[in-house]
Design a protein around this ligand. Sequence first.
Ligand code: HEM
Length: 118
Amino acid sequence: MLEKQEGLGRPTSTHAALIPIKKSSAWWSLTQEERRKIFEEQSHHTAIGLKYLPAIARKLHHCRDLETEEPFDFLTWFEYAPHDEPAFDQLLSELRTSPEWEYVEREVDIRLMRSISN
Ligand code: HEM
């Protein structure tokens, strides 16, 4: 996957999406192995995502804190060229119909457009 993945900040990637995600307590009460099975074997998250590389560049931030209840567990960030937005929407609809997403309690889909280039 690393070979196919491109970095953030490509000049042509003027569009972006910031999608904060909270997974349910049911998800977090599963073992790591059970979560891996749902993510990989049942939902094919990586395999689905791979189809959209290198058009979509991604960055995943973990922000789950066991001590304090946080509004989101992950902040996901994606960058792409405007003509790849339909592909990005297709990627999202594939992921959202997967078993993994039954554990997504809340997500906010925020789209952004770069106004200056540097
Ligand atoms: C662009 C194609 C994508 C690829 C290749 C991809 C691949 C991966 C991989 C390999 C992981 C495991 C952690 C890591 O190595 O970073 C991961 C985790 C994750 N991805 Fe994606 N992904 C893609 C798109 C997306 C999209 C569009 C979303 C949601 C809007 C998303 C949400 C997440 C979340 C929330 C996790 C953490 C899951 C957990 O640990 O419970 N990914 N992704």
